[in-house]
Write a protein that binds this ligand. Sequence first.
Ligand code: CAA
Length: 389
Amino acid sequence: MIADLNKNKGCIMLFEFTDEQKMIQKMVKEFTKNEIKPLDMEMDRNGFNDELWKKIKENGLLGIPLPEEYGGAGGNAVTGALALREISRGSASVAVTLDAHWLATDIVFHHGTREQKEKYLHKASEDSIFAFALTEPSAGSDAAGIQSSAEFDGTHWVLNGTKAWITNGGISDLYIILAKTDEKKSTKGISAFLVEAETPGFSVGKKEDKMGIRGSMTSELIMNNIKLTKESLLGKVGDGFKIAMMALDGARISISAIALGLSEAAREIAVDYAIQRTAFGRPIAQHQSVQNMIANMDIGIRNTELMMFDTARMKDLEKRHTKEAAMLKIYSSETTMQTCKDAIQILGGNGYSRDYHVERYLRDAKIFEIGEGTSEILRMLVGSMSLNK
Ligand code: CAA
């Protein structure tokens, strides 16, 4: 009975994926199986794997959602979600690194000038990793509370401040940094800047020793009187907050794709185990309490899948999807936490062992209830949008 559920896994009836999307999904699935998944446990112990990332670059994964004119695969938000879901089935760490890269490249694509796009997007498709730096030691959920500053001295922008918890900090070639350009204004006093890693005065601080997604790099960034040309401003002065919020709407779809892939990986281990392991003379899959957990996993996975592709489609049609992306991220992150927790429960003592992967998945899953908007902030956002209609 449980095996039958697998037959329809991944079947979405509302819309068809294009041939190109199916082809990219197939390629990413193969690459994940052969190159990424075998290294996930090793990355959990030893961190970011340079050799793997060389192969990721060589195989064109960096540019999946970027247009062909910039060397990308011509994908969109739906394609990106398909790819991240597959990658996350092999390693949430690798998927998170790509998510942060795509969050930053999406900003350059949507808000950059022709020159900025020409200068950076080819590199983003080929061999450069990008990062997005909003969070600070004392400003996480309250994004408008950042204190990093940028002052125009007549010829240059001068940036000072510290960023914290920056995914891809230390491995990126380009950082999109949000800084205050007008102390007196709140959200409208923030602007976005393109900062190359080699810029004098820019350095990488503490590397975080994290609970999960340990194969991704997360670091502090320090800006000490960095001088930037006028051409480093992204969008208009004062547009930074909106640029960041719009980008986070899209990134919350990506995070949900990663949460979905992780849920599916945990479910697969739990189902295989439940079919093989016997207790009281029959496979534990035939015990109602175990079936209930698997049924709940499937409900969560299917709902995430439907919400995710629908929200990605909204992004591709350029419809505002702030509320939908927030609801999706709350649901997908809470689903993956419960799924990974139940997978451990089904495996019992083995689930608690590092040998069976699901304990790592649970540690990986926790970040999705925190990063790119906590569940609490997102519930506040959904609640206020629901009541202010
Ligand atoms: N799209 C377009 N415009 C938006 C927007 C969106 N999604 N969200 C807000 N805006 C606009 C508003 O319309 C408003 O514009 P007007 O003044 O012209 O009306 C302006 O921006 C200010 O909006 P708010 O008044 O809603 O701003 P706020 O200060 O109350 O903040 C918040 C609201 C939702 C709590 C916001 O601070 C937030 O999202 N916080 C969470 C931050 C977050 O997700 N951080 C994660 C950082 S990245 C990361 O973790 C991962 C990584 O390394 C890659």
